[in-house]
Design a protein around this ligand. Structure first.
Ligand code: GUN
Length: 284
């Protein structure tokens, strides 16, 4: 079997058109969705991600603010800035780009963002709401995975989903979203013994490990759906995922490439969440 490619760029573009249309409608009601991104220090990769988030905001007609703070900033100064944004009516989403410097407690920072403006979906209140099936801001990468499957017409209910990776940002919430949609979910991670025994049972395999070529054809059931969340560099410095694409795509039914798979969906869902937050202000 040769896998069908799930084209994240195409699906993201379709979703962004829908979001841009809704932004225009909201603007005519007098509300322009606004996103504030806080970048602490000078991490090169973070700077690129933040620029892409701002660019997406501009393209979709949203207001965006970038707050750049020095590496040496104290935790209380950062919390003060977040408190200011919590009370700013022109801002509907607040995102602190991670990682932040080690002298600042990430948990305290995330919990200081108003859950009503937590468009990353990282606040424990939003995570708890997601776990209990209530309305919540969903973490953007797992949310993007669910949209990719929905748009591709791949059913989830009753399927066996194996998630490899258990980060708070991707692995854990991805499994929860599949469970919410009635899948049977297995989590695997660095201490799982006999990984292949689990992954070969997967109807849908999600890999969010961060190691190039971690998943090969021997890990896959014939015809499985393979979602690659990895963003790695191979020996030649080229961007690649966790999955050995050439061999796995000969065995899988569907596969997301890297780049142009899950990646473009993450920022798209951030835009979706910011729009959702702005819409919420009309209802309250
Ligand atoms: N760093 C890497 N990914 C993310 C993300 O999705 N949100 C934030 N805030 N920081 C990140």
């Amino acid at each position: 079997m040769t896998a069908k490619i799930i084209n994240g760029t195409e699906i993201a573009a379709k979703k962004r058109i829908e979001i841009a249309e809704e932004v225009q409608k909201l603007k005519s009601s007098g509300v322009t969705p606004g996103l504030a991104v806080i970048l602490v220090g000078n991490n090169h990769a973070s700077r690129t991600y933040v620029k892409n988030k701002q660019k997406a905001c501009n393209e979709l007609g949203m207001h965006s603010v970038l707050i750049e703070l020095p590496e040496s900033i104290s935790e209380s100064e950062l919390l003060f800035k977040i408190e200011e944004l919590n009370g700013d009516q022109s801002i509907h989403g607040i995102l602190v780009q991670l990682p932040i410097p080690k002298h600042i407690d990430e948990k305290i920072v995330i919990e200081s963002i108003s859950p009503l403006k937590d468009v990353d979906g990282f606040h424990p209140i939003n995570i708890g709401r997601m776990m209990t099936g209530q309305d919540a801001f969903l973490p953007c990468t797992p949310f993007g995975i669910m949209v990719l499957l929905e748009e591709t017409g791949i059913p989830v209910a009753g399927k066996h989903v194996v998630v490899v990776g258990r980060s708070n940002i991707v692995g854990k919430p991805a499994g929860q979203l599949f469970l919410n949609q009635h899948a049977t979910v297995t989590y695997c991670h660095s201490r799982t013994s006999d990984l292949k025994a689990h992954t070969t049972q997967a109807d849908i395999l999600v890999s969010a490990v961060g190691i190039a070529n971690f998943i090969n054809a021997e890990h896959i059931k014939e015809g499985a759906v393979v979602i690659d969340v990895g963003m790695n560099r191979n020996n030649a410095g080229k961007l690649c995922g966790d999955v050995a694409f050439d061999e796995v795509s000969m065995k899988a039914g569907f596969i997301t490439p890297v780049p142009k798979g899950v990646g473009p969906m993450t920022i798209t869902m951030l835009m979706y969440n910011t729009l959702k937050s702005a819409k919420n202000t009309l209802q309250s």
